[in-house]
Design a binder for this molecule. Structure first.
Ligand code: CO
Length: 134
């Protein structure tokens, strides 16, 4: 069911330092920071030849990234995103298998303007998984 790896999201404690590191030492093509108030994050997209990296930095008081950084002060991988053709079918197949989808409602619109769902990390080896319909 899952297709390509769409992105790996990394929560960072210092966005300017992370941008400097990726554009400098790692020599990557780093985009401009984008505020996503609906998601409580500032995102920086980094295009790699085969996938994307997203740097996540907390935006606002209720950012879901803040608690993650409290537990992981040096930053860390927050989630990975796989592509799917049909998010409703994916959700149905996963819930039928016993996996937990975070949130109750319909898929949300993610940072790329496409529908996404998140799967409970405890059901997937401790890894928060995002599925994005492409
Ligand atoms: Co993501």
């Amino acid at each position: 069911m899952i297709g390509r790896l769409n992105h790996v999201a990394i929560a960072v404690p210092d966005l300017a330092a992370a941008i400097a590191q990726y554009s400098g030492a790692l020599g990557a093509n780093v985009g401009a920071p984008q505020d996503e108030p609906d998601h409580g994050v500032t995102v920086v997209f980094i295009e790699l030849p085969n996938t994307k990296i997203e740097l996540l930095y907390p935006l606002g008081e209720n950012s879901p990234i803040r608690g993650f950084l409290d537990k992981n002060p040096a930053g860390g991988i927050h989630h990975i995103c796989y592509e799917v053709d049909d998010i409703a079918a994916a959700r149905k197949q996963l819930t039928a298998s016993g996996a937990r989808v975070l949130g109750d409602g319909p898929p949300k619109i993610g940072a790329h303007g496409k529908p996404v769902i998140f799967l409970h990390p405890k059901d997937f080896n401790g890894c928060l998984i995002e599925l994005e319909e492409v």
